[in-house]
Ligand binder design. Structure first.
Ligand SMILES: [Zn+2]
Length: 222
């Protein structure tokens, strides 16, 4: 959202807004001096206007910005559709148990392989059903991984494994840390971005389907 903040109490919404030829919009009048247009996250168009600007002038202003408004609405629609297309179905408690069992079989051998490449050691591996972390590495080298990773592409699982193992070299996210990650996974940025963009959908799916039935301390250890 752009636009100027107005002092509390001076904002008035006109619900039955006048229409431009194509685009419905709401007018919010305030003590501001200029007109401006916003398209909010729902795709609704808001016109911020001074108290005394007439509706004909507002309509001309909206018409002059029509291309921009339509482009903005299209962008918002596309973003929505992409989010919907990526919906993850609810993950039940038995799904979580199965994922954890698979993670215990599949993550340790891959961790061992990457640790050898990085020349690092590590301690115990714990598989968790967490809602805030994909992996962690303690000061003593204990590693934990989120069982939801098993629903993702191997490239993403490997990125989290390498990320945590690189904390055995650098206990921070400094440039040196990322250089270590890049040495093993030159395309780590794309993998990391994918996890940022889509990881939340898996967490939401688990919260929907499983979390209320599973004690959060129910860690499965190797
Ligand atoms: Zn980290």
């Amino acid at each position: 959202m752009s636009g100027t903040k107005t002092p509390a109490g001076s904002v008035r919404t006109t619900p039955a807004a006048p229409q431009s030829e194509l685009i419905p919009y709401h007018i919010i009048r305030s003590g501001r001096r200029t007109l401006c247009i916003e398209v909010n996250a729902d795709g609704a168009v808001l016109v911020r206007a001074p108290y005394l600007t007439g509706s004909a002038e507002i309509q001309r202003f909206v018409a002059s910005r029509q291309d921009w408004i339509l482009r903005s609405k299209a962008l918002i629609r596309e973003r929505r559709q992409a989010e919907d297309a990526f919906a993850v179905p609810p993950i039940t408690p038995s799904d979580v148990r199965a994922l954890a069992a698979r993670a215990l079989r599949e993550i340790p051998p891959r961790t061992a392989r990457y640790a050898a490449l990085l020349h690092v050691t590590y301690g115990r591996i714990t598989i968790r059903n967490q809602t805030t972390l994909w992996g962690s590495c303690s000061a003593r080298g204990s590693l934990s991984f989120n069982c939801l990773l098993m629903l993702m592409d191997q490239r993403i699982i490997d990125y989290v494994i390498v990320h945590e193992l690189c904390h055995r070299l650098e206990m921070n996210h400094s440039a040196r840390f990322w250089a270590d990650v890049e040495q093993i996974l030159p395309d780590y940025r794309e993998r990391r971005q994918w996890l940022k963009d889509h990881g939340g959908a898996y967490i939401r799916a688990m919260k929907e389907g499983a979390l209320k039935n599973l004690p959060s301390s129910d860690d499965i250890q190797q």
